[in-house]
Ligand binder design. Structure first.
Ligand code: NDP
Ligand code: 2IT
Length: 444
C-alpha cells in the first residue's frame, strides 16, 4: 500500500468512532498524494504524516457547575493542541451538545491547515464542551465558563495556546472566560481572541469570518469571469458567520435570500433584513419564527431545505455535513454555480465530489472561512504591541489576506496539475508550510 493509504488505515484503526475526524483526514491526505509521492521514502522515514494526524496533546476534563435550581451539572471539557509547528496553538471553543473528542479533533486538524493558509504564525488547536448554552440564564453560562476556565487556564497562554469563539461561544462567553483566566493566573494578556472592545478585542473580529468569506467569494468569482454584484445567494446558519456573510454580500450588491437555524429556515425573496436578523439572533437570542413574524416578505419552513431554493451562489455557514449529495444535486438543478464554505466541513465528501464533477466552483472552509482566525491573529498582534488599529486597517488587512489565500490555492492547484480543484490547492498549500516547519524542527 502507498504511504497515504497506510496512514489512512492507521487513523481509522487508532481512532474508532470518530467519523468526522476520519472524514477530515481522508479529504486532506487524498489531496496530498501527489505531493507525498514526490518524496515518499523521506516522508515515510520521518513519519511525517503520522505526526501530522496525531495531536501533540489532548486535554480532557470534568466541568462541574451549579444550575439556577441548585442542581450540580457535569459536562465534558476538551482542548486538542494539534500542531504547533508554525506558531502557538490557535483555534476556537465550541459549546454544543454534539461536541465529543472526534469532533474537536476534526476541527483541530482542519485548523492546522487553515491557520497555515492565513500566512500568519499560528498553529492548530480546538476545544469545547458538550454544554448547551441555549436556554441557560446568563448566570448559568457564567458559572459554566468559570468552571471550564478553572481547568483550561493551566494549559493555555498568550504564547502557548490562544482559544476563541466557535458555535455557541460568542462575546458573552469569551468575556466570562477571560475574566476567570485573569483572576486565576493574574495575567492580563491576549490569551483569548474575540474579546470585547473595552478589554483588548479587535475591531472587525466580530465581522471577520463572514466578511472574509465574501472577500474570497468575490475574488473567486472575479477570477472565473463573474461579478458578485447581482448574484442571488443562499446562506445557511443564522449565527456569527452567517449574519456577517449576509451583511457583506448586501454591501457588495448581491442578494442573500435565505438563512437557517437548527429548527427551520427562512426564504425571503426580497433579501434578508440584516438588522432584523441581528436583533433576533444577537440581542433576543430567539428563533427564526420571530423573523418571519416581523417580516411580511419572508416564508418560514420547519426543518431542513435551504438548498432547495433557486440561487447562484451557496454559502453553508452552520455546521459540519449540512450539505449532502441530494442538496448538491438540488443546487445544480437550480442553477447554482459556486459553493463557498463558511462553516467547517459543511459539505460531505460525496457532495463535494459531485459539485466538482459537475463544474460548480467549490472552495473549502479551511480557505474561505480563514478570515476569522486571521483576524484573531491580528488581535494577538495588537495585544502584543498594546495598541489597537482602526476598523479600516483591520478590514483592509483581512481583505488582502483573503485575496492572497485564494491565489495561493489557485497557484497550488495549477502547479500540481489540478487547476480549479481548490480543495487540493488548499490542502497542498496549507500542508507544505507546516511540513517544512516540522522538518526543520526535527523529530518532535
Ligand atoms: P454560531 O453559534 O454563532 O451559529 C451557528 C448557527 O448554525 C446557528 O444558526 C445554529 O442554529 C446553526 N447550527 C449549529 N449547529 C447546527 C446543527 N447541528 N444543525 C443545524 N443548525 C445548526 O456559530 P458560528 O456562526 O460561529 O459558526 C458556524 C460555523 O462556522 C461552524 O462550523 C464554525 O466552526 C465555523 N466557523 C466559525 C468561525 C467564527 O469566527 N465564529 C470561524 C470559522 C469557522 P441554532 O442557533 O438553532 O443552534
Ligand atoms: O474555526 C475557526 O477558525 C474559528 N472558530 C475561529 C478561531 C479563532 O481562533 O479565531
Amino acid at each position: 500500500m502507498s504511504y497515504v493509504d497506510d496512514v489512512l488505515a492507521m487513523v481509522v484503526a487508532k481512532n474508532p468512532a470518530q467519523p468526522e475526524f476520519h472524514q477530515a483526514v481522508k479529504e486532506v491526505l487524498e489531496s496530498l498524494r501527489v505531493v507525498i509521492e514526490e518524496n515518499e521514502e523521506e516522508y515515510r522515514k520521518n513519519a511525517l504524516l503520522e505526526r501530522l494526524v496525531t495531536p501533540e496533546r489532548v486535554i480532557m476534563f470534568r466541568v462541574p457547575w451549579v444550575d439556577d435550581k441548585g442542581q450540580v451539572q457535569v459536562n465534558n471539557g476538551f482542548r486538542v493542541q494539534f500542531n504547533s509547528a508554525i506558531g502557538p496553538y490557535k483555534g476556537g471553543l465550541r459549546f454544543h451538545p454534539s461536541v465529543n473528542l472526534g469532533i474537536i479533533k476534526f476541527l483541530g486538524f482542519e485548523q492546522t491547515f487553515k491557520n497555515s493558509l492565513t500566512s500568519l504564525p499560528i498553529g492548530g488547536g480546538k476545544g469545547g464542551s458538550d454544554f448547551d448554552p441555549k436556554g441557560k440564564s446568563d448566570r448559568e453560562v457564567m458559572a459554566f465558563c468559570q468552571s471550564f476556565m478553572t481547568e483550561l487556564c493551566k494549559h493555555i497562554g498568550a504564547d502557548t495556546d490562544v482559544p476563541a469563539g466557535d458555535i455557541g461561544v460568542g462575546g458573552r462567553e469569551i468575556g466570562f472566560l477571560f475574566g476567570q483566566y485573569k483572576r486565576i493566573r493574574n495575567l492580563y494578556e491576549g490569551v483569548l481572541t474575540g474579546k470585547g472592545l473595552t478589554y483588548g478585542g479587535s475591531l472587525a473580529r466580530t465581522e471577520a469570518t463572514g466578511y472574509g468569506l465574501l472577500y474570497l467569494t468575490q475574488e473567486l468569482l472575479k477570477c472565473n469571469g463573474k461579478d458578485i454584484k447581482g448574484q442571488t445567494i443562499a446562506v445557511s446558519g443564522a449565527g456569527n458567520v452567517a449574519i456577517y456573510a449576509i451583511q457583506k454580500a448586501q454591501q457588495l450588491g448581491a442578494k442573500p435570500v435565505t438563512c437557517s437555524d437548527s429548527t427551520g429556515w427562512i426564504y425571503d425573496p426580497e433579501g434578508i433584513d440584516t438588522a432584523l436578523l441581528k436583533e433576533i439572533k444577537e440581542v433576543k437570542r430567539a428563533r427564526l419564527t420571530e423573523y418571519a413574524a416581523q417580516r411580511p416578505s419572508a416564508q418560514y419552513h420547519e426543518g431542513k431545505g435551504v438548498w432547495t431554493v433557486k440561487c447562484d451562489v451557496a454559502l453553508p455557514c452552520a455546521t459540519q455535513n449540512e450539505l449532502g449529495l441530494e442538496d448538491a444535486k438540488s443546487l445544480k438543478e437550480n442553477g447554482c454555480f459556486a459553493v463557498v464554505e463558511g462553516a467547517n466541513m459543511p459539505t460531505t465528501l460525496e457532495a463535494t465530489e459531485y459539485l466538482q464533477k459537475n463544474g460548480i466552483l467549490f472552495c473549502p472552509g479551511k480557505a474561505s472561512n480563514a478570515g476569522g482566525v486571521a483576524t484573531s491573529a491580528l488581535e494577538m498582534s495588537q495585544n502584543s504591541e498594546r495598541l489597537s488599529w482602526t476598523f479600516e486597517e483591520v478590514d483592509n488587512r483581512l481583505k488582502t489576506i483573503m485575496v492572497n489565500i485564494f491565489h495561493n490555492l489557485d497557484d497550488a492547484s495549477k502547479k500540481y496539475g489540478m487547476e480549479g480543484n481548490y480543495v487540493a490547492g488548499a490542502n497542498i498549500a496549507g500542508f507544505l508550510k507546516v511540513a517544512e516547519a516540522m522538518k526543520a524542527q526535527g523529530i518532535v
